[in-house]
Design a protein around this ligand. Sequence first.
Ligand code: PFF
Length: 445
Amino acid sequence: MASTSSEWSSRLGFILASAGSAIGLGAIWKFPFWAGVNGGGAFIIPYILFTFTIGVALVIAEVAIGRRGRGSALTAMKRLGGPWFGYLGAFAVFSSFLIVSYYSVVGGWCVSYLVDAFTGNATSTDPEMLKNHFNSLVSDGTRNTAWHFVFLSLTCGVVIAGVEQGIERLSKYLMPTLFILMLCIIVRGLTLPGAWEGVVFLFDFSFEKLTAASILNAMGFTFFSLSLGAGILVTYGSYLSDKTCIPSSSMWVAVLAIQAALLAGLMIMPAVFAFGLEPNAGPGLVFITVPMIFGSIPFGDVFAALFYICLLVAALTSSVSLLEVVTAFLQNEWHLSRRTSVIGCWISLFFLGAVSAFSFGPWSGFTIAGRNFFDFLDFICTNFFMPAGGLAVALLAGWRAWPVIREEIVAVRQYSEGTVKLIHFMLSYLSPILVLVAFYQGIFG
Ligand code: PFF
């Protein structure tokens, strides 16, 4: 993948790696529960709108900045926009560092459930038991930290050994397997009595349910799910061949990311209603619902094991992309070796992640702005830091460096003047305005 070769071998390689970064725990763990907490359609409809407007435009901009600047987030942004944009690129790298610390805690839950699946303990039809099982895992700080350590070590191992190419290749098979499994679960879920209510909940849009919080969360989730504003697509873009068309590849990434999230929603929500669970049950939703569905099909344990293997690989392709950005930065800017960079990250991320891991149980009393440490980190990274990174990209691409970004956009395929103008409008006006309004609402609303 990116770090080991100077260029992607093909357009498909780039799309798969970017989609690999995009599709992960965001789509499968976070999307269903955020949709549940934010009122279903009132979250999903804005999410779809954000994805196909500012989302795609910013993917195009990040990739174009990377390809023109040919360097890490900091280097590329500095080359195109001067030192201040370089600092903003460094800030994006810092966001990646923070995200991977708590992402790894959720990754650890996946490892734990995978082990359960192998020992035949991953399925049940008793919701109370499943809830207790999840709660006992997350409230046990030590166990939670141990699983976080395992997931983090896997991530660091992949980055240090430079075997990303291997896991990209693996994910070429496992991602389609994950989709097929999700489709099977969806079919099973939809045939349960009462499941249709879940579909209605997901797509029924009513204005009354739309709140400032649901819009801010939908925008934040768009950034999270497309891996925007954290330097990743700039880095990936820097390995992109001049022969690849940026807008069409970016559209592919967005389409793949959104379909993964929507499939996950359809996998979880109908079953939630059919089993009489609460749609706003929070972070445990996937870990309670999926085992129940597997509990109601033949060979459920085998399917569960396969599902958690796929989920783990999906999570790893995302966490590896986050860590890759940080290590590339440490190598380029601090002149550390790859090994030292990864080991430094391993140690510091272990401790930072441990605080998140303990924040569900022993340290749940320690709150910032009414949230435990894990939720607070997720809240500021998703709703503020990543959109702020996106804002910087929009200002750079839409204002400061538009002539070269424009060249990148039309380099391979001659898009109509109208399309180019639309992309420019989304970068220079729509994205900054939407991000600023959402910030304002989020802080003062
Ligand atoms: N997009 C990933 C997911 O949805 O799981 C998470 C993520 C990866 C967020 C990379 C941010 C990022 F820069």
